[in-house]
Design a protein around this ligand. Sequence first.
Ligand code: UD1
Ligand code: CA
Length: 457
Amino acid sequence: MNVHAIILAAGEGKRMKSARPKVLHAVGGVPMLGRVLAATRAAGIRKSHVVLGVGAEAVRAWLENQSGQDGVDIAVQQPPLGTAHAVAQALPQVPDSALALVLYGDVPLIRPETLRALASAAREGLALVTTELSTPAGYGRILRGADGGVTGIVEDKDASPSERAIREVNTGLLAAPARRLKRWIKHVGNRNAQGEYYLTDVVALAAADGVAIKTVTATPEEVEGVNDRAQLARLERRFQIAQAEALMREGLSLADPARFDLRGTLSFGRDVFIDVGCVLEGAIELGDDVYIGPHCVLREVKLGAGTRVEACSVLESAVAGRDCRIGPFARLRPAATLADEVHVGNFVEVKKVRLGRGSKANHLAYLGDGEVGAGVNLGAGTIFCNYDGANKHLTVIEDEAFIGSDTQLVAPVRVGRGATIGAGSTITKDVPPGGLTLCRAREQKTYPHWKRPRKQG
Ligand code: UD1
Ligand code: CA
């Protein structure tokens, strides 16, 4: 049977106290809605309908920027009059012959396996995902008859004291053949404590129809929803720990899985080690024996085998070959491209520069917009003056050149192969290959009778 997901996300999410719609808040770097959609796709569901209210435009804009979202429709519910009313906004787009799966946009850790189990449990009737909570306050309780079959759901606010003692709760996720769901929803009213159209009322309607009601059990962790930022942070940590454990099972070495954050994807070789407090974002590729020191930030980075990134380095959209030494306190900005065995040391910033094999910039430098050959030594304080206030210009340094400390290379400029530049030079013209080039005050002078100025008064 063709399965359609209806993802509810029209609640106002007031407790987030955010200008951004709740479902766009991220877990593991992916908006919650993106996680739910990914779970549906992984479960083989090709069509999803997202029900949105306030903030629909922001969600629509986000969706339009995603690839593979062709199967996602938007239905708008305004004002939000309850979960049944929300589902009713999407149902006209769901064919009668399909199976409808109702999910929540703010329950991001739902697993594809659970969605598959829910869909197959609903083939002959209605299926619900339930869970057991030690403190079920706030949730709809699952009512069962003498034979153990589900007879209904009672919302917390409408429940009697004995019903409130029930610990099996409704997660809100359910599935039914669309034809049946459409009929039941027509009969849902809003005469209850909150004056809302409750989706949960379809359970009693199904029971009255003599339709089989099945339940799929999930762990409380999997079906936890996000209502406020504290809950979001809790889910994030749980997600991170589970992700870290999965990576460690694959052979990644983490100094402390509780202090590791991956907001994207990581592929890695053998014996890769990551120290505490690192944040990895986007697509990260680490070769064999890569070492990442404590408190580094890596965003869209690819590092070759044996490369070491020392403490407190920040790398973004950068690529390094094998056996490089980066940091501590290095900053690689977009299009920093390091060949094998390159050293980029402390307080060195590299942007849009390709550094050839074995080249070194070990201390305090700004390298922006350039091409550096192999075996080049860039002394402490080297600066590529790449910006004239309006345009960016290129600095080219050929193989084996030696740039003395505190040299400014005013781009566009080229330094020839094997050239040596004396410390403290401001280079404004191309430098020929070989030889020593200097550009500083002609001679060193000493004024022996000079007196330091004294403080007046
Ligand atoms: C709902 C269930 C309750 C269950 C709980 C689990 C009903 C009546 N109650 O209660 O049995 O234990 O979830 O968390 O269904 N939404 C809309 N439009 C609306 C109202 C809600 O899209 O008009 C969306 C919300 O964005 C949210 C989800 O539906 O994603 C649940 O809404 P919420 O208000 O949190 O429902 P609860 O009252 O917690
Ligand atoms: Ca809720």
